[in-house]
Design a protein around this ligand. Structure first.
Ligand SMILES: [Zn+2]
Length: 390
């Protein structure tokens, strides 16, 4: 940033520092974590780091203010998605302001929130906290919410029991009280090779895979037109989806192998395992015809990932606080997964509320608007009123 933009708020200044750490998930985040630790040092924070196996990455959990009672957790992930293959107009790791927007990898997802949290700390310490305030900054969120599990286990082992959690994923500062769950699989079809002039002597793995993909598409249409929907979600129904398919080697060979990957993002009342059982049953029904041609043909499935959803319809104290601090009405739910479900399932009722829109996340020229950051600062100010003596 150049010197003509010197009157920026503390959170914008903090965001500029955070963006300069290139914390792509595959790389170390320790420089950023140590910077945060040093930033919190003057405020008498209890700080716990939990590392990955190689000690290249860490979560940071900090407690500020009076100890001993449960407090609220403000949570964000420190990792960002890669920039390779994306057409950026500026250096992704140097924050640039233009036209009321701050550009840089992680501005939206989700260092903007982390910056606002860190900018809040001097303010609440000056005003005096009535109860503890916890900060939780994780690694490896973008590769499947892996890091935060260690942070939560460490809290459980240490007997630290915060009462609730605000996760700052981008929601345009709407207080979100639920998100869908997600489960993903790989399907591997083994067919039987033959010259393409002799198709009846082969088992076409690409064709079999496409039959299963079509079955998944039928199930997707059934969810979309079904009655079991929740209009509070941005996408109000469960969505199965096929994202990758690979098969075959040449047009004149009946393909032996094909694999595809699929997922389901499900509402809490739809069972992902029931969906998978339907897919598996359909796949089984194709086997007799395949084996009549070649007995060694098969269809196999691998589970790739599971991320729980969470939804208690906003009937808890943190949802009330979220509504009060965001000033927004209504009940909002989203389709993307986050660490909120993991906090929620560990007896820390959670909401999601952060600056920016999820559409800007993971994109080239990722940005967050100054207006959204100001909205987050206003949220933090109202939260400070709730948390502080003065
Ligand atoms: Zn995120």
């Amino acid at each position: 940033m150049d010197s003509s933009q010197s009157s920026l708020s503390p959170s914008v200044e903090m965001l500029r520092k955070l963006i300069a750490f290139p914390t792509v998930s595959r790389d170390s985040n320790l420089a950023l974590i140590h910077f945060v630790r040093d930033t919190l040092k003057p405020y008498d924070a209890d700080i716990r780091l939990t590392h990955d196996d190689e000690k290249r990455k860490a979560n940071l959990f900090a407690t500020l203010g009076p100890r001993g009672e449960p407090g609220i957790v403000l949570s964000g992930h420190t990792d960002v998605v890669p920039v390779e293959g994306q057409a950026w107009d500026t250096d992704p790791f140097v924050m640039v302001e233009k036209g009321g927007k701050l550009y840089g990898r992680g501005t939206c997802d989700m260092k903007g929130f982390v910056a606002c949290v860190l900018a809040l700390v001097p303010e609440v310490m000056k005003r005096g906290l009535k109860s503890p305030l916890h900060l939780a900054f994780s690694y490896d969120e973008e590769v499947g919410c892996i890091g935060v599990g260690r942070l939560i286990s460490d809290l459980q082992r240490a007997g630290i029991k915060p009462k609730s959690c605000i996760v700052g994923e981008p929601t345009e500062m709407r207080s979100v009280v639920a998100h869908k769950g997600k489960k993903a699989w790989r399907c591997r079809v083994r067919g039987h090779e033959a010259h393409s002039s002799l198709t009846p002597q082969g088992v076409n793995a690409v064709q079999i895979a496409c039959d299963i993909v079509s079955f998944i598409a039928d199930r997707a249409r059934a969810f979309r037109s079904g009655h079991r929907q929740d209009p509070a979600y941005d996408v109000p129904f469960t969505t199965p989806h096929v994202g990758v398919i690979r098969g075959g080697t040449a047009l004149n060979i009946v393909p032996r192998d094909c694999m595809f990957e699929f997922e389901i993002r499900h509402l809490p009342f739809d069972d992902p395992d029931a969906f998978f059982a339907d897919v598996e049953r359909y796949a089984q029904s194709l086997l007799p015809a395949m084996r009549a041609v070649a007995p060694d043909t098969h269809i196999e499935f691998d589970l790739l990932s599971t991320l729980p959803g969470f939804d208690d319809d906003g009937r808890n104290a943190i949802a009330d606080i979220g509504r009060a601090c965001s000033g927004a009405h209504g009940t909002h739910k989203v389709s993307f997964g986050s660490e909120a479900a993991l906090f929620n399932n560990a007896s820390m009722p959670a909401i999601i509320c952060g600056p920016g829109h999820i559409e800007q996340a993971h994109q080239p020229n990722e940005w967050v608007s100054l207006e959204q950051l100001a909205g987050c600062e206003a949220f933090m100010e109202r939260l400070a009123q709730h948390l502080c003596v003065a």
